[in-house]
Design a protein around this ligand. Structure first.
Ligand SMILES: [Zn+2]
Length: 138
């Protein structure tokens, strides 16, 4: 995503384009990817950025609220920010901490429970946890 695309996205979602927000967006939205806040901070530091950790966290929360990134919780302490916002699913490797996309059309749900009264479904997301194969050692 180019800088102009990012500025348009900020404009459409009512995000004020501060230099710090643009730096975070440049790192995360440059390609389809999943990054943790720490990975984003690491990349910013390696580029010489001095954006504070708190600003990065606040910016990511804002991006999540405005729907320009998707938050993917893999466990209660680990959250990824996904630059792909259309519906899709994920594989999560518990050994390596990597997250991969599963296209929406590769998953079919045969049955879903009735929704609680007075609610409507906003999304159904599948997270398939995997680990590296264990080879038996004799
Ligand atoms: Zn994804």
């Amino acid at each position: 995503m180019s800088r102009q695309d990012i500025l348009n996205l900020f404009d459409q979602t009512g995000i004020m384009p501060t230099p710090q927000r643009l730096e975070v967006a440049d790192v995360l939205l440059c390609k389809p990817q999943h990054l943790s806040a720490d990975q984003i901070i690491e990349q910013l530091r390696s580029m010489g950025s001095r954006v504070s950790k708190a600003t990065v966290y606040n910016t990511l929360n804002l991006f999540g609220e405005r729907g320009i990134v998707r938050e993917v919780m893999v466990d209660p302490i680990r959250k990824f920010y996904d630059s792909t916002t259309r519906p899709h699913h994920h594989f999560y490797n518990e050994d390596t901490g990597e997250l991969w996309d599963i296209p929406d059309d590769q998953v079919t749900f045969l049955a879903l429970p009735p929704l609680p009264e007075g609610t409507e479904r906003t999304s159904v997301e599948l997270l398939i946890r995997v680990r590296n194969g264990r080879l038996a050692v004799c």
